[in-house]
Design a protein around this ligand. Structure first.
Ligand SMILES: [Zn+2]
Length: 250
């Protein structure tokens, strides 16, 4: 069943990504090393309360648990509509307060240490509410953006959830064109912005055919991005597609 690129910890897919980054220009590589050293040099501070020594302290992690006890599919003052054709959409918390700051730091401040508590929360929610699904597939940023950032935050989240749920993950999708950040657009424009923006990564077809992938993303708004990704996976022979995110935005 498992193809060469699907492993319990997604090692092949993950190291393939690292390999792609390492082949970038020397300047970019130096920049990445500099970033890595900076991460080690700076002590973490909590995204919620600024306490030192942790990217997210135990007290502030509670912000990620507000939906933990809810049955599957129950909204919490947020849109209930299931973006079609998803079989299930689960998330941990509304996109606000500490959760919003934490995701912003993960995406824009290089705070990779947040991937651990965020993926822990996602795994906890899926253990509680997840139905079906056998393979985690991150919603990728454009390769160029991942190179500039040094990583793709959805890959970090997918790898973290995979490790905790003992489910394989695979970077099966690629973003084939740049898209405007969804938050800058109105609801109607969001669908056309991401429609056709994703494609199956070469060599991923066999791993998707007949499978039930779970898309992994940081924030869900209208769900247009998830729908665009799901359409590619259905096209590749997926029998169902679910999704798991850290947060949902109004
Ligand atoms: Zn805190």
């Amino acid at each position: 069943m498992a193809s060469r690129t699907v492993t319990t910890k997604g090692i092949s897919a993950g190291s393939g990504e690292i390999g792609a980054v390492a082949r970038a220009t020397p300047l970019v590589v130096v920049g990445r090393l500099g970033g890595a050293l900076l991460d080690l040099a700076l002590p973490a501070s909590c995204a919620g309360c600024a306490a030192e020594g942790t990217a997210l302290c135990p007290e502030c992690r509670r912000a990620l648990q507000v939906r933990l006890a809810l049955p599957p599919g129950v909204p919490l003052g947020l849109p209930a509509a299931m973006p079609m054709p998803l079989a299930q959409l689960e998330w941990c918390a509304p996109f606000s307060g500490t959760v919003r700051v934490a995701l912003h730091r993960l995406k824009y401040s290089g705070e990779r240490r947040l991937a651990a508590p965020l993926s822990e929360a996602m795994a906890a929610r899926w253990r509680k509410a997840g139905v079906g699904g056998e393979l985690l597939v991150p919603v990728p940023v454009h390769a160029e953006r991942a190179r500039r950032r040094g990583y793709d935050q959805a890959f970090l989240l997918a790898a973290g959830v995979a490790e905790r749920l003992h489910v394989p993950w695979l970077a099966a999708l690629e973003r084939t064109r740049h898209t405007t950040p969804q938050f800058e657009l109105g609801r109607r424009a969001r669908r056309s912005n991401v429609s056709g923006a994703f494609d199956l990564r070469a060599g991923s077809g066999a791993a998707i055919w007949g499978k039930w992938p779970i898309l992994v993303d940081d924030v869900v708004t209208t769900g247009s991005t998830l729908v665009a990704c799901a359409e590619v996976l259905y096209e590749a022979g997926a029998i169902a597609v679910s999704a798991l995110a850290v947060a949902r935005e109004r």
